[in-house]
Write a protein that binds this ligand. Sequence first.
Ligand code: TXA
Ligand code: MG
Length: 331
Amino acid sequence: MRAAIGCSPEEAVAQLKQGNPVALPTETVYGLVAPLWSEDAILKVYTFKQRPLNNPLIVHVLDECQLDQVAYVNAQATKLVNVFWPGPLTLILPKKLSVPLIVTAQQSSVAVRAPSSPLFRKVLALLGTPLVAPSANKFQQVSPTCAQHVMHGMGDTISYILDGGPCSLGIESTILSLLDEQHPTLLRYGPISKESLENVLEQSIHMPTADTSDHATKLCPGLFKKHYSPHTPLYLVDKLQGFKPPQHLEQQFKQQSAYIFFTRPQRTLTEKEFYLTENEDLTEAAANLFATLQYLDQRHFQSIWIEKVPPKGIGYAINDRLNRAAQDCFL
Ligand code: TXA
Ligand code: MG
């Protein structure tokens, strides 16, 4: 099969009603979507993505009414939903019976978020039921932030891609577990910072011991150490300016490599040099991160070298994704 790319929410709904997963845009990344009530279509989502069945999916809802259908809502969730929904915040809550166990990987908790993308919301409204959606990329690969990325990575398996243009945020939602009300726990960095969640909750938020620890992986099965990886080897360095690679990588660093700076260097760039933001804007850097990796991955460089971004706000989420993406390439 070769996917069709189009702009019709009605066509997406028609495909979903026939049991075919479709790709839809959200404000974070494109999702591969199936209706909550269709276990067959949900199984296809796992299969198309080559995703292990023990890695649960996020349920996407239109509003608090649909949230109520799938999860037991506590006071903390209500506070956060009032401020951040619709938007890039996923909450982990106790699940209700209506959620099939295939969605939650047999767990008693469920991940829920209300995306703000108008096209996604239109499909939710037309269908009248929540939708499950992981990012629309194959397991451990770079998340798609435009319809062409989905076509490139998954076009041979899915039938329809709803084209909403580039995703405005470009990085996956923040995930917060509210299962233990005394200890809200941040499971994934994302566009909404830990500090802004703490301000609304008036409570401090716990972090898994280290970004890529085994403990974090148990709490959030999708937090694999290796994730978001391009096919081309990716090396992560503190600063590219003045960087000296270790001896065994000198050749690799100099020949047929691409370099991604955080912000545009104040000089003429070679055709092997790229940057994430014109002027130190972390939001712009996040929006360009996966698109830049996807672009360079298709350009036959032998390696890609990228520098960390300042650790503040959404910069934590960018560095988190970079650490995982570069997991196989030791310096
Ligand atoms: O922005 C996003 O969240 C995007 C868009 C499409 O909405 N979705 C996304 O889904 O990033 P995915 O499947 O790529 O990542 C979801 C993460 C996985 O790490 C998964 O393990 C975790 O959420 N997760 C899902 N249900 C969970 C649960 N009950 N408890 C803990 N973690 C859960
Ligand atoms: Mg993903």
